[in-house]
Design a binder for this molecule. Structure first.
Ligand SMILES: CC1(C)c2ccccc2-c2ccc(C[C@@H](CC(=O)O)C(=O)C(=O)O)cc21
Ligand SMILES: [Zn+2]
Length: 332
């Protein structure tokens, strides 16, 4: 497609994927409104408008990025369909590796090649998703823009929220219609939308039981097993009770995705390519644990139990039977 500066000023319903999920809207407020920090301090998502947090990135269109990131070898995910279901090939135990079929492949390419490929995207053809950590190596102009982000505002949030260090910023360039299926991360996330529109469905940790994440030792650790395009309500009956909080973000919007909150992310269909920059932070150290524990702490406990069991049993296939023997008929 031609580099059109008159990018879509807005979006419409038929660009949104239709899922059979009950949903309500994520609150949206200007960065000057004190309610933004109130909502964030409650550990709830909020869309922050007009912050100009990553304003210097507004000029990051494909032409500009190709010109200033030309020599960077970028990580690009190639998928045969619209889903980009993250997997971690490092933790794949050999037993599991044999059965695991990676849903996409990871390649590196120069951004110029990436730009040419997404221009020739054919419907039903393979899709690309560039995700590149923003480090000093992406080129001096890009680094210059990055240093001109509103770091005083960003650091103000980090301090008030008591977060740990900024662990990484990912530059994400997605093709229209790309989907990152429902998953959670173990970090706080300030998700800045730079170009194009994305729709995010968020679910609180309390809905863990409705979203059935893969076992911790599985390559798809942290990802929901439920296929939103075709949910199997026999295997995952509680998915019918899931209630999403929907956020549609466009250029200049920043979405707070709290630690351990499940999120499904889609680049709107027929909306052109999208550019996002995320800011992942280590979460606040739990410190003195208050009882009753909250859902996030219980998810962390469940992760530790699974890790301990797979270490103790060695064979991942023995974890299920042992947990069933432990709980069925005894704990309910
Ligand atoms: C799917 C993809 C490209 C990927 C493949 C393989 C390994 C890692 C990742 C990865 C990590 C983060 C995102 C950004 C975002 C989702 C979105 O914007 O699409 C999101 O989930 C977040 O900011 O937390 C996207 C990806
Ligand atoms: Zn994520």
């Amino acid at each position: 497609m031609e580099e059109s500066d008159d990018e879509r000023r807005t979006w419409d319903e038929n660009q949104i994927r239709k899922y059979d999920i009950k949903m309500k809207s994520v609150p949206k407020h200007s960065f000057v409104d004190p309610i933004v920090m109130e909502i964030m301090l409650e550990g709830r998502p909020v869309i922050i408008t007009d912050s100009k947090m990553v304003e210097p990135a507004a000029k990051w269109n494909l032409k500009y990025l190709a010109r200033h990131m030309g020599n960077t070898n970028c990580n690009v995910i190639v998928s045969k369909d619209h889903n980009f279901k993250y997997y971690d090939d490092k933790c794949v135990q050999k037993a599991v590796r044999a059965k695991f079929v990676p849903p996409h492949k990871k390649v590196t390419m120069k951004i110029g090649e990436f730009v040419d490929k997404i221009k020739e995207m054919s419907p039903g053809g393979e899709r690309l998703y560039l995700q590149q950590a923003l480090t000093h190596s992406v080129g001096t102009e890009i680094v210059k823009d990055f240093l001109q982000f509103k770091w005083d505002y960003i650091k103000g949030i980090q301090k008030e929220m008591g977060w740990g260090s900024l662990t990484s910023n990912l530059l994400l360039i997605g093709m229209e219609g790309n989907v990152t299926p429902c998953h959670y991360d173990e970090q706080e996330n300030l998700f800045a939308q730079v170009k194009g529109y994305k729709r995010i469905l968020l679910f609180p940790p309390e809905q863990f039981e409705c979203l059935y994440p893969h076992p911790v030792w599985h390559p798809h650790d942290r990802q929901s097993q439920v296929d939103f395009d075709d949910p199997d309500l026999t295997k995952f009956p509680k998915f019918a009770n899931a209630m999403a909080q929907e956020a549609i973000v466009g250029p200049g919007d920043v979405l707070f995705i709290p630690n351990y909150w499940f999120h499904h992310v889609e680049s709107l269909q027929n909306g052109g390519y999208t550019v996002s920059v995320n800011f992942w932070y280590k979460s606040k150290s739990t410190g003195a644990v208050a009882y009753p524990l909250n859902a996030t702490q219980k998810m962390a406990i469940m992760r530790n139990v699974e890790k301990m069991l797979v270490d103790a049993l060695r064979d991942p296939d023995e974890v299920g039977p042992l947990l069933r023997n432990l709980t069925l008929g005894r704990y309910h």
